[in-house]
Structures are given as C-alpha cells and as structure tokens.
Design a protein around this ligand. Structure first.
Ligand SMILES: Nc1ncnc2c1ncn2[C@@H]1O[C@H](COP(=O)(O)OP(=O)(O)OP(=O)(O)O)[C@@H](O)[C@H]1O
Ligand code: SF4
Ligand SMILES: [Mg+2]
Length: 377
C-alpha cells in the first residue's frame, strides 16, 4: 500500500507491504506487528512513534533481519531498492546489512565490541563492505571519527569503547553505521539512553550527516520534539498497526486519528523532557489481546458499532492517511465527533483536530519551520 509523501522526496527506497511479525508461544501464535505498510524515499526521514509495545522496534528489526527467534516475519514483503529482502538467505542479508542498511540502537554498547578498539571495529566494518586495504580503511575510519565530532580522533581511534562517554560512544556508533555509506539507517531510539543535554547534539549530528550523505532514516523515538525537528513524515503505531501516517506538519498540527490527537496534545521542545508523549487513559492492548475491529476502540469515545467489528484500513484523511472509520469516504461522521472540544474520552490534552481540511486549533510547534520541518535532512 502506498502512503502520502511530499513530492520533493525521491522514489521509494524501502517498501514495507502488509508486514506481519509473529511469535510462536505455548499458547499459540501471537502477532505483534499486524499488517503494516509504508515506504521511505531516498534521503527521507520517517519518524515512527507510538506507546511502548506498539511494535516499533520489531518493525525495524524485521527490516534489517535482526528479529530474535521465536520472532519471525509471518507475512508481507519488504523491498529495498525494488528487491525483496525479507526472504534472502542469511549471508545475502548480512551483505545488505551494514553496506546498504545501517543500524543505530538505543544503547551504543549493543553495537560495539568491548574487547576491540573503536578503530579496529570501524576498519573491520569498512573492509567487510568496501574494497579498501588496511591503510585506506584506517584513513576512512579516522575521517569518520572526525566527521562525527570525536575530539582528538587521531588518538581516540585506538581507544576501547569503555574509554568513551555515552554521547561519544553513540557518535562512534553513528560513524560505524555510516562507514559503508548505507542508503538507509534504522535508528531505534538513538538518544534515549543519553543525557538530555547530549540528545540534541546527537540528533543534530545524525540529521546533518544523513542530509550530507543523502541517507534515508527510519527514526524510532518517543520524543516528539525530535520528530518535529527531524522527520519528513511520521508513522504513528498502535498495537502493531499503523494508526496514521503523513507529513510531519500535518501529523503534529492536524492529526486525523483520535489516538494521534491524544498523542499530540503535548509536544515539548527537543531534549526538554524524557516522557514526551501525552497520556491517554487506558492501556494499549498486548499482542494477542487486541480487540476485534479497530484496536483503539476501547479507548476511543468516538467508537461506534462498525469500530468494534471491522478493522479500518488506512483511509485518506486530509494530507495524511488514518486507520479510522470516521474518515470513510462519504461519511458524515468525520466532521462531527472530532470537532472542537470533543477530542476523545480520557485524552488529557486539548484538541488539535477540527474536521477535514480544517485549521489546527494549536499554534505551530516551535521546532517546525514554515516549510513544515527543521532545516531538513
Ligand atoms: N520475544 C518476544 N516474545 C513475545 N513477545 C515479544 C517479544 N519481543 C517483543 N514482544 C512483544 O511485541 C510487542 C512489540 O514490541 P516492540 O519491542 O516492537 O515495541 P516498541 O514499540 O519498540 O516498544 P518500546 O517503545 O517500549 O521500545 C510488545 O508487546 C512486546 O512485548
Ligand atoms: S472512531 Fe472508531 S475507527 Fe476511529 S479510532 Fe475511534 S474506534 Fe477506531
Ligand atoms: Mg522499542
């Protein structure tokens, strides 16, 4: 399924079609990612947000082939540059991972071997993917460390990961992720484990490097400030599904799904708070306990009969797409239930939505430029 993307962004680099990720358990198969579709264009940054357990990390892991058993891709397709990668043999996938698709995780130590110097790890990664001799690979490693802002890189290249601070380690991980010039980076909460004061620096670095290298990014984060600052488009995940996907400015200022309306109630500036998404009463269902129909229906005051029996597809909703029956073509429900003060039971923040094509009730987020994003990636 396609999704809306600004015209300026290039052709799809990554296409995820009806992806399902499941776990075999003693009580049967549990589906944790349940039929999601989206694409990422060349050089585009797709932000992925949603409550804990929504399936964000599993989606990223499925794309780079790092799902840990018993987790597995149970359906759908993943295409990279037009070619299927979800069914590749492990060796072929390893070649793509690192070379074409890089990864940055929350904890830099996940990506670094404590027994080797950062230089050795960079050189090995570079030589695995690029045809360079030892001296040239070391020069490239040094250049990368300088590019990610490691002071005294000439000496630090021979240091071990534990000799770096958390922020500096994440810079090394970014250098590693970029070392073979990948076209896509999966960044799963890359700043969550860092001090608040360091987070903005790391995001700014990632943003600059990806813009310079024209690297696309799937950026998983709980930080709406980071999304506002960095993303071109946003996918909002709920209970293993995409609730809404669209351009960042639209998602923040004119959310079209009741769940997104709740999430967008409060968006602090980048790096100012750790618990950034607004609270919505009730809990997201666990995989295996997702209600019939719309997964959000027990928490949604707009729910009506159809919501409890039939799962909504992503439907055109303003400049976005939202999996909500309020947006079904020809429906008169959309303009009424979400209007004005009526924003959904238990949603603790004020409303943003005001019907199709309506203006946002909130002022633009301070992190958004008039073009709808930061200075671009
Ligand atoms: N090995 C596993 N076995 C069973 N269920 C799992 C396994 N790994 C993950 N899950 C479940 O799949 C769901 C999605 O997990 P995922 O890690 O993708 O969430 P997330 O959106 O990244 O959350 P967070 O924001 O906390 O990182 C969760 O409910 C999680 O408990
Ligand atoms: S109105 Fe219905 S379909 Fe839309 S979010 Fe609420 S429960 Fe889901
Ligand atoms: Mg996660």
């Amino acid at each position: 399924m396609s999704d809306p993307r600004p015209a300026a962004v290039g052709r799809p680099l990554l296409e995820v079609e009806d992806l399902r990720v499941a776990f075999a358990t003693r009580r049967g198969t549990i589906t944790a990612v349940d039929g999601i579709s989206f694409s990422i264009g060349e050089g585009e940054v797709l932000g992925v947000v949603g409550e804990s357990g929504a399936g964000k990390s599993l989606t990223g892991a499925a794309i780079i082939g790092l799902l840990e058993p018993p987790g597995h891709v149970a359906g759908g397709r993943i295409l990279f540059d037009g070619k299927r990668i979800d069914n590749l043999p492990p060796a072929a996938l390893r070649r793509i991972r690192g070379k074409e698709i890089g990864a940055i995780f929350q904890d830099p130590l996940t990506s670094l071997n404590p027994l080797y110097t950062v230089g050795r790890q960079l050189v090995e990664t570079i030589q695995t993917h690029l045809d360079l001799d030892g001296a040239a690979a070391r020069r490239r490693a040094l250049d990368l460390l300088k590019e990610v802002g490691i002071p005294g890189a000439e000496h630090r290249i021979d240091h071990y990961p534990h000799q770096f601070s958390g922020g500096m380690r994440q810079r090394v991980v970014i250098a590693l992720a970029l070392s073979a010039n990948p076209r896509l980076i999966i960044a799963d909460e890359p700043t969550t484990a860092l001090d608040v004061s360091i987070q903005a620096q790391i995001i700014a670095l990632l943003k600059r490097l990806c813009r310079d290298h024209r690297t696309a990014v799937m950026l998983v984060t709980h930080d709406m400030g980071v999304i506002a600052e960095t993303a071109d488009r946003v996918a909002v995940m709920y209970a293993g599904r995409i609730a809404e996907i669209g351009p960042v400015r639209q998602i923040i200022q004119q959310p079209q799904h009741p769940y997104t309306v709740g999430l967008m109630g409060s968006i602090p500036a980048i790096g100012t708070a750790r618990d950034r998404l607004a609270q919505i009463d009730g809990a997201m269902p666990r995989p295996g306990a997702v209600p019939a129909g719309c997964a959000f229906n027990p928490r949604c005051r707009h729910a009506f009969d159809r919501c409890r029996v039939e799962r909504p597809e992503l439907l055109p909703a303003g400049a976005s797409r939202a999996a909500c029956w309020l947006h079904v073509a020809g429906s008169d429900r959309f303009s009424s239930p979400l209007r004005g003060e009526d924003q959904g039971e238990g949603v603790s923040q004020r409303p943003v939505l005001a019907g199709s094509g309506a203006q946002a009730a909130t002022p633009p987020h301070p992190n958004l430029s008039p073009e709808g994003r930061g200075d671009g990636v």
